[in-house]
Ligand binder design. Structure first.
Ligand SMILES: Cc1cc2nc3c(=O)[nH]c(=O)nc-3n(C[C@H](O)[C@H](O)[C@H](O)COP(=O)(O)O)c2cc1C
Length: 247
């Protein structure tokens, strides 16, 4: 290990072993009463919007025990489309917002101090009746908003995933907007932001089991290319990815 690597390791480890008592002494933007961060990303004006259902008549539930027992990373998928109902179900169990008030969000997954650093984007590759494309899940409205449906996306997404698209029907991209958490927790935020992405990964993996799919979580992607897919990269960036398809 050279000195550069040793140094990087030391710095990075610090992010997951912060001392919570420091928060008391830290002057956060929240303590300064600065303007609260925007809570939910909104679609670009004029973009195509798909309203999503909140009931799932064709989804046959399984027990939690069964889902946990069967979950294994799946890296090869059947050539089968998902339905919009199935995709919506995955979003519902993973990225749904149950309620919110200024600065506080309650979701299906725990979110540090209810700060909700996360957004969800999808690549719908093989979904019945839906144009192949990149979409933003508009959390507070339970809608999809089309970002890009230009031809050739499959190859571009595969490159962004470092060649790990593997013919998946759907890809979930979880992003972080760190300032939403930093506003309240400053330098103590980053461990919590990463853990929150992990919660989302677990929910989407188990929800995939319910619809006879498998998922694999990805961290080995090309950061810049993934961020470019959604025109993000500075104040918001991709932190975790799941590829999903039928068993
Ligand atoms: C944070 C994280 C990142 C991962 N990144 C990748 C990845 O980029 N590519 C991949 O094929 N698997 C990835 N995996 C899946 C692991 O390789 C997998 O969980 C592990 O081999 C155990 O197998 P199992 O999930 O079937 O239990 C990742 C898993 C985690 C938790």
């Amino acid at each position: 290990m050279n000195d550069y690597v040793k140094n990087e390791i030391k710095n990075n480890r610090k992010a997951i072993k912060e001392d919570w008592r420091e928060l008391k002494e830290t002057i956060t933007d929240r303590k300064l009463n600065l303007e609260k961060p925007v809570m939910f990303k909104q679609p670009v004006e004029g973009s195509l919007i798909i309203d999503l259902d909140r009931v799932f008549p064709n989804i046959r539930q399984k027990t939690l025990e069964e889902c946990i027992k069967n979950r294994r990373s799946l890296r090869s998928y059947k050539e089968q489309n998902l339905t919009l109902e199935e995709v919506t179900y995955l979003l519902w169990e993973t990225s749904r917002v149950d309620s919110f008030k200024p600065g506080i969000t309650f979701r299906t997954i725990p979110t540090a101090g209810a700060t909700n650093s996360m957004e969800t984007y999808l690549f719908l590759n093989k979904v019945e009746g839906i144009a192949k494309g990149l979409y933003l899940y508009v959390q507070d409205k339970h809608q999809l908003s089309l970002i890009d449906d230009t031809p050739g996306l499959e190859e571009i997404v595969n490159e962004a995933l470092y060649g790990q698209l593997r013919g998946a029907a759907v890809v979930f991209f979880f992003t972080a907007t760190p300032y939403r958490t930093e506003y309240k927790y400053a330098h103590l935020s980053h461990k919590m932001i990463a853990i929150e992405a992990g919660h989302a990964g677990q929910n989407v993996s188990l929800a995939a089991e319910v619809i006879d799919c498998g998922a694999v979580m990805l961290a080995a992607y090309v950061q810049e290319y993934c961020d470019n897919l959604f025109n993000i990269g500075n104040e918001e960036f991709v932190t975790y990815v799941a590829t999903i398809g039928k068993r």
